[in-house]
Structures are given as C-alpha cells and as structure tokens.
Design a binder for this molecule. Sequence first.
Ligand code: ADP
Ligand code: ASP
Ligand code: MG
Length: 411
Amino acid sequence: MSNNIIVLKFGGTSVATLERIRQVAELVQGKKRKGFKVVVVVSARAKMTDALIDDARSFSPEPSPREVDMLLTSGERISSALLAIALNARGVDAVSLTGSQAGIITDDDHTNARIIEIRPARVLQALNEDKIVVVSGFQGVSFKKEVTTLGRGGSDTSAVALASALDAEVCEIYSDVDGVYAADPNVVDQPMKIRELSYQEMQEMAEAGAKVLHPKAVEFAKAKGTIIHAKSTFVPDAEGTIIRNLEGRIKPRIVGITSEEKVILARCRDEGHAGVIGRLVDSFAEANLKVKQISFSDIGDGVTSGNFIIPEKENYHIDSVIPRLEALFPGMLHVSRHLGAVSLIGAGINDRYDFLRECLHLLKTEGLGPASLHTTSFRISALVPRPRVKETVGLLYEHFLRPASLGDTGS
Ligand code: ADP
Ligand code: ASP
Ligand code: MG
C-alpha cells in the first residue's frame, strides 16, 4: 500500500540563487498541498563545491581527504538550511537535517564513500509530525562518526538511497534539463528526449558521463525497484524521463551517446615478470586514486601490458599523484592527459558487429584514432583527443541517432 512519501532532489543550478531557492520552496509546497509526505534533498549551490576544492588546493596539492569532506559537506548544509528557512517563511513547517542526522551511514572511504545503511528514524518522525524534511545531499557519516562525502554528483545518490529506504513512491530528480536525452543537450543541437530507460541503460549512460544522474544512484534504485523521474526545476510540468525496470522488454538499440571530457590513460609495460602491474595497483590504492577501468594481458615473452583509465574530476589530488607515480615507475608508465572518452550506449549493443564497425569506420575517416577502445554488452567506449570530444559526440549522434529522431526512443 502506498505510504504517500515522495523524495525530490534539487541540484546545484536549481538552488544557485536566493530567487531560485524561493522557486524551489514554491514547488515543494505545491507537492505538500497535493497530500504527499515530502523529503527534499539538496546539493550545494552551483560552483560552490569546485570553489571549496580550489580553496583546499591553494594550501596543499594533496589535502587530507577527511578535511576535504569536512569542508565540502558545508556546501550542502547551507542549501538545506536556506531552503528550510524559505519554506518556514511561506508558513510551511520544515526542518533541515545533515546526512548524518538523516541516518545516512557510509563506509570510511573519504571523498568517495559508499552508503551501507540508512536509518531513517528521524526523517520518519519529522514526516509524521507533518514536516517537510530537507536533507543535505552528498554526505553521510561513517561508523567512526566521521563526516564523509559520496563522490562528485553524489546528492543524486543521497536522494535515491533515501527514497529506497523510505519505500517512496518515486524519487524526482530536478535539474536544469527536463529529462535524459540521447546526448547532452548542451553538446548536441536538439537531441531526442528519452521517455523511458531501463536501470541498466541509465547506469551505463551515467558511468560513461551523462551527468544528469549519478551511477550509484541508479544502482540503489535498481536494487530496490525505486522509480526515478528526471525532471526540470525550471519547466516542472514538462514530461521528463522515467527510469524503471524494463529488463527483457527492449530490443538491441543505441539509446544514447555520452562523453567524459577528461580521462587519463595510463599504460604500463612490465618486461620480465617484475610484478610492476601489481605494484602499480598497490600504489594506486595507497594514493587513494579512483581508477575507472583496469585491464592487463600477458602478451608473451614475459611481457605484460596494462591499461588504466582514470577520471580526472573525481581525483582532487591528481596533479601531484601522477608525477609521483611516474617517478616511482621510471620508463614503465606512460601517461596521456590529452584524452577524453566517448561512448555509445544501448542494450545488446555488441550482439551485432555493425555498430562497432560503423563506429570504427567513422572515427578513422575523421582521423580520430581512437587511442583505446573497449566494449561491454551495453557500451562501446573510445578515447579520442580532448579538444575533439564534443565534435565526436556530434558526429556519432548524427550518424547513429539523428536519422531515427522521427521514431521513438521510448521502449
Ligand atoms: P545538477 O547540478 O542538478 O545535479 P548536473 O549538472 O549534475 O545537474 O546534471 C545536469 C546536466 O547533465 C545538464 O546540464 C546536461 O548538460 C548534462 N547532461 C549530460 N548528458 C546528458 C544527457 N544525456 N541528458 C541530459 N543531460 C545531460
Ligand atoms: N555538490 C556536490 C558536487 O558538486 C554534489 C552534488 O552536486 O550532487 O559534486
Ligand atoms: Mg548532478
């Protein structure tokens, strides 16, 4: 039976100015008037997290991850308190809670913690007292009672994890775009909006750079079957995109093209069974480096070759870690920092060769390498020069998806 709880999440652009916080308060009040018990999750105001990271880096190239978390969580705290104040000013009973107060328990992996449990007693109590609960996103508390953050874009994860723990009817994610598109609407001119996506497709799109939802958020939704509705704060009546269980109901298709502008490709060659790859992995762990993909193979004659793909944005200390690693493995580690990743996403994308062949042909014709390419059952990802990432997204979109734009990308 429905418990009438809904979770609404507003990202940084939605709370960027006081006027926007006022608009968000109005939207939230409207949901309450419709009879819902409302939990709101908010991000830090636009650019605040980046500015705080820059402040930390101005003192040290590798600030303590614990202190970084103490610093960054303040951004979300400001937004939640301001929204609660704005709601109160409209005569609406609302209370703000930090992630810790909301019962979001994480592991102790500072700057990239994982939610391991939610104890929502305090949230439920406030809802039962007819209050709107405004939770600071992107944060939790470890069993050691340390404040943690959930990785860049992590307020989506807070919202979906809370929605799952509360058995909410839906988790509405509000941002500056009115749904998930077949390509970033800020990169491709008028791409198709996707009406419905499976959890797996959305997770792959998110992991491959579609910022509109965090991949860990989708993981939580999938585990519990929580429905996500991606919507626009500025055009709240627009239809948006529904992410739910569609498994087994979709044909092989390309559903979207995504990109990550800044990834690092580290290649390693271990000649003579020196255990370099193992030592390198140890060094990554010691340096608290987040690595996206690791692959290595024995190519004969005692030579092992390894490829590591490292996202720049989530590694706050990358500028000092890379030179340190290069010095530790002289002549063995080759690092390229001029690349970005472009991916084709869709269920069963590798069931047939045509998508891969056409993709390779197109990249070759345009002189776009690729520097590296890998496939999974949902994805074809290629690394291309950073300044040409957007252009590559456009080319792939025009080739694979624009011709279908009169059709339907819904299931
Ligand atoms: P918020 O700050 O609200 O969390 P984000 O900036 O994280 O919002 O995510 C919204 C942004 O995601 C949009 O401004 C858009 O540029 C980007 N984006 C990237 N890929 C897509 C896509 N496929 N569909 C929609 N938006 C996308
Ligand atoms: N404020 C955090 C960030 O900028 C979390 C979020 O916006 O979801 O990454
Ligand atoms: Mg976001």
